[in-house]
Each structure stands twice: as C-alpha cells, then as structure tokens.
Design a protein around this ligand. Sequence first.
Ligand SMILES: *Cc1c(COP(=O)(O)O)cnc(C)c1O
Length: 367
Amino acid sequence: MPRPIAAHIHLSALTHNYNVARQHAGSAKVWAVVKANAYGHGLHNAVQAFAHADGLALVEVDNAIKLRELGWTKPILLLEGFFHGDDLHTVQQHQFDIAVHCNEQIEHLEQAKLSVDGESSIIKVHLKINGGMNRLGFKPEAVAAAYQRLSAIAAVKVVDLTMHFANADDEHNARLPMAEQMRRFELAKASLGEIKLEASVSNSAANLLKHDLPNSWVRAGIMIYGASPLPASAAELDLLPAMTLRSELIAIQEIAAGEAVGYGSRFVAPKPMRIGVIACGYADGYPRHAVDGTPILVNGVRTALVGRVSMDMITVDVTAISDAKVGSEVIMWGQGLPIDEVAQSSGTIGYELMCAITGRVKLITEV
Ligand SMILES: *Cc1c(COP(=O)(O)O)cnc(C)c1O
C-alpha cells in the first residue's frame, strides 16, 4: 500500500468555479489560468473540468504542448510568451497565442523567418503593458513602436493589449492604485490612435471586484481553484474547494503534562494529551512554517497542529477526539477546511499551498 496521503481533485468544483468567474466577467471571455500544473490540480483534470472554457493560459511551453496532446483544441495563451527563439516554431506549430513583453522577444520574432501558410500559421500576440508593476511589459510610451515592429512581421498579428495588476485586491493602494495602472493602460491604448485592439486586464481579484474594466478576456486563476484572493472568504464568493489534501493518522502518542513534541521540542503539553501523527510533511508540500494551532480536521473534527512540521509527518492534538485512532481520516485543507485559513496560519496564501504539492502526492480525480 502507498502512504495514505493524496490530493483529491473535485472536477465539479472546478467547473462550478469557472462558471462563477464567467458570471463576473460579463460579456468578456475567460481564460482559465492553468500555470504551475493548474495550480497543483493537474493538467489532465483541468482539461476535463474546464472543457467548456474559452481558452487556457499558462507560462510553461512544455505544458502547453501537453495540453494539445491531451486534446485541447481551443486557444492556449502563453502568459509570458516564449523564453527562447527556438520555441517559436513550436509556438507556431501548436497555434499558441503569446504575450510579448520586451524588445528581445520582438527581435526573435523578426529573426525567426517564420513562414506564413494560411490563417492558422499566424501567431496571435498579446502586447503586454507595464502599468507600474515593473515586472513585465512595455511602458506606455514604448507601446506604439513595439506595435509597429510587430505589425511588420508577416507571421504575427497583434490581437490585444494586456496588463497585470499589482494591487487588484487593494484598489486604493497608496503606492499604485488600480486607477493609476488603468491610466497608464489607457495611455498605451491612446498611443495607437485609430488602431483598435482587444484588452485583457483582470485577474481573479479584479474580476471579482470590478465589473467596469475594459476586458475582452479576463484571466481567472486562483478563484477557479476555489480559494479567495480577497479578504472575503471563498464561501462568501460562492467558490468551492477544488483540492482536498487528505491523509491518515499513522500513530497515536499519549503524553504527560510537560512533555514536548517533535523537532526542537517546540510544543510542550500543558496537560496530559493524545497526539496524532499524520502521514504528511513538508516533503508533501505542507508548509513548514505552520504554527501551533494551525487548523486540521481529524475524523471531520477541527483540531490543531502541535509541534514543528517535519519532512514526512505532522502532529495534532486529538485529546478531545475520542474516536481518533490509527487509520483515522485527516484533512489538511479542502472540503470542510478552507485552504485560505491554513495559509493564514503559515504566513502565506492559498496559491502557494496548492502549487507546493509535491510529486510524491498522488492526485485522485473525483467528480
Ligand atoms: C497567474 C496569472 C493570472 C491569474 O491570477 P489569479 O490571481 O490567480 O487569478 C492572471 N494573469 C497573469 C498574467 C498571470 O500570470
């Protein structure tokens, strides 16, 4: 028998959450963002659950190919474009849309000598604007020149202007409010004069909060996996958990008051306690920084992590759970325990927990 830990992926929850994203998007289409192995949920699951999606967006070229191999025939967008000139023939062959965010990428496109053989050989480019986040993209004043160069390439068609918010969960951020990012976006748009392109600016947080942004497409990531990018809980946003990380108790220790648990003897029992040992550790992706008190479900009852997270095990208080025994079911997050609560206890966000699930954790597909 394998170790009892597994991540159960709920396809109907993924589908439901995508539909919620679509409701917020109004008339815009919705990219289901599936980078990082669909935020840890598995590309094969994503292709199934998002079968009705308008398109899939990701950053890994090899995984984009895998999506085609899995039978995905609708649009695929590479959110950071390509990383090497060599990738361009792959991009063209598989009809990937690409973001173009810097002049080096334009040079590669100019030099690639891409042949043009009908509509399907045209590479659709999403021209990326730096709205003040200062990671990727052209400053507004550089957009017209970038557009001109791209338009001169026979195998390229610029289809939209795209931008990513630094603070979509914090509209009035003092350093960079959303309105300032939109102002820069509008400057970029205006610099193209009569040329009208589509637009894509919203991620999950912006899609949930702002329904008046000029999107032809929104890019929904975290929300379709059932976690919240906002202070509001996932449940309040009508989002369902799509991953339940489940394991079992593999041992129980009865300890006296004053005894310590685990590495560093961080937790000291204030009274006689029963400690459950779970087959789940940081080598499975459970956050090592989780503090004493981080919530965990044992036999459906909410209890607390006690002691430091180790590589293959974590320890919980089962003193009050009288039916807890070796083999009892444990849920680290998912159905019955929002991933966002666990993330908060570990000083991180649901995104990181999902993506950190490691290769030794089996993904089990459920409807
Ligand atoms: C990851 C990503 C998204 C999705 O963001 P969420 O906050 O998960 O919705 C959208 N756009 C770009 C460019 C991304 O890289």
